[in-house]
Write a new protein. Structure first.
Length: 152
């Protein structure tokens, strides 16, 4: 599995989710299974089937989180080189106006809030560039030219 980039906050959020699933959700599901077993015949017990499915989903998600945490790389916003990389906050100008973005790992991307993945076409277009550079990026609306006006 490749490295996955996270802000410190994003990584803490993921750790809290794992803790919640392990210490709260897992015991709740175990209790549901126990109660369903006490009802008798498991072959036609919808509550038992539902609880077992919830258990499988929870265990699978916990395994995914553990794998992600093993490969997590914390990104820092300390960009002294002026070159855009994962963790950079940038301001760009295009024919539609000025927009701000933060380049993040795929797991934290939220384009509507300006958090774009380093793996997305837009994120990849900006990587390695500096203030003043012009870059072209393929967007859902076609190819757009951006001028980088600020890099932090």
């Amino acid at each position: 599995m490749d490295n996955q980039y996270f802000s410190k906050e994003g990584l803490e959020k993921l750790k809290k989710e794992l803790e919640e699933r392990l210490n709260v959700l897992r015991p709740e599901i175990a209790q549901r299974i126990k109660e369903a077993k006490e009802l008798g015949d498991l072959s036609e017990n919808a509550e038992y089937d539902s609880a077992k499915e919830a258990q499988a989903l929870n265990e699978g998600r916990m395994e995914d989180i553990r794998n992600t945490l093993e490969n997590a790389v914390i990104i820092t916003g300390n960009n002294t080189s002026g070159t855009i990389g994962v963790g950079s906050s940038i301001k760009v100008e295009s024919n539609t106006g000025v927009r701000s973005f933060v380049i993040v790992g795929a797991a934290e991307s939220d384009p509507a809030k300006g958090f774009i993945s380093n793996e997305s076409p837009l994120g990849q277009a900006f990587l390695g560039h500096k203030k003043g550079d012009k870059v072209e990026a393929r967007t859902p609306k076609g190819i757009v030219e951006y001028k980088i006006v600020e890099v932090n």
